[in-house]
Design a protein around this ligand. Structure first.
Ligand code: SF4
Length: 198
C-alpha cells in the first residue's frame, strides 16, 4: 500500500481513493505512467500515515509536504488535520493540500477555520470558470452547486491559509476561460496557477 511517494523534491501523502467528483481526466482508477497505481486496498489509519511520513522524512530531505493522492483529501479532513499537527511538531516543511474544494459540502459546514495554522498552501482545482462546464467535466455528486461551493470555500479559506490558489490546466480550457479564471481569482482574492497537462 503506497501511503507516501516522492514527486520531484516533495513528499506526497495518499490517504483515500474516495472522491466526490468523477473527472473525465482522472487517473485514480488505473494509475499513470509517473507513479504507477496508487489505489489503496483500504484507507490507512492516522497512525499508519504518521508512521510512514516519519519513515519518509528520515530517509531524505524534501522541500514540501503535499496531501494529494489519487482521491480527494478532504474526505478525510480531520484525520489529515491530525497528521498535520504531527508534522508541525517534527518538521518545518511547508504543507500543501491539493483539493477539489468541496469540503464544505462534504462536511455540511464551513470547515475553513479548522485549517488555521495547519496548511501553508491550499490549491483548489477550478478547472473552469463556468459551473456548467465544470460539472460536465468533473461530474460532482453535488451537481452544479459544487462550483459555487468551491469558489466560496477558496474565498473563506484565505483568512486561515496564507496561500490559496486556483489551478486550471492549459490546453484543457479555452484561452478566454483562462482569462475569466484569472478575473475570478482576483475578485475572490486568491491566486491563479495555470499548470501544464501532466
Ligand atoms: S477531483 Fe481529483 S481525485 Fe477527484 S475525480 Fe477529479 S481528478 Fe480524480
Amino acid at each position: 500500500m503506497t501511503i507516501t511517494y516522492v514527486c520531484d523534491t516533495s513528499l506526497y501523502i495518499n490517504t483515500t481513493n474516495e472522491c466526490t467528483n468523477s473527472c473525465d481526466f482522472c487517473v485514480r482508477d488505473h494509475g499513470d505512467e509517473l507513479y504507477g497505481n496508487l489505489w489503496l486496498e483500504r484507507e490507512p489509519t492516522v497512525d499508519e500515515i504518521i508512521k510512514d511520513v516519519d519513515r519518509a522524512l528520515s530517509e531524505r530531505d524534501y522541500t514540501e509536504i503535499v496531501f494529494c493522492g489519487y482521491g480527494e483529501p478532504t474526505v478525510r479532513l480531520y484525520d489529515i488535520f491530525s497528521v498535520c499537527r504531527h508534522i508541525r511538531e517534527v518538521s518545518d516543511l511547508p504543507i500543501r493540500m491539493n483539493t477539489n474544494g468541496q469540503a464544505n459540502l462534504i462536511w455540511k459546514k464551513d470547515v475553513t477555520p479548522d485549517f488555521e495554522g495547519l496548511f501553508d498552501t491550499v490549491s483548489v482545482s477550478l478547472n473552469s470558470p463556468h459551473a456548467s462546464e465544470y460539472q460536465s467535466v468533473c461530474h460532482s455528486v453535488y451537481g452544479e452547486e459544487a462550483h459555487a461551493s468551491l469558489l466560496d470555500f477558496a474565498s473563506k479559506l484565505k483568512k486561515y491559509v496564507p496561500n490559496v490558489v486556483f489551478s486550471v490546466v492549459r490546453d484543457s480550457i479555452p484561452d478566454e476561460d483562462i482569462e475569466l479564471s484569472a478575473e475570478l481569482a482576483k475578485k475572490l482574492g486568491v491566486k491563479l496557477r495555470v499548470r501544464e497537462m501532466l
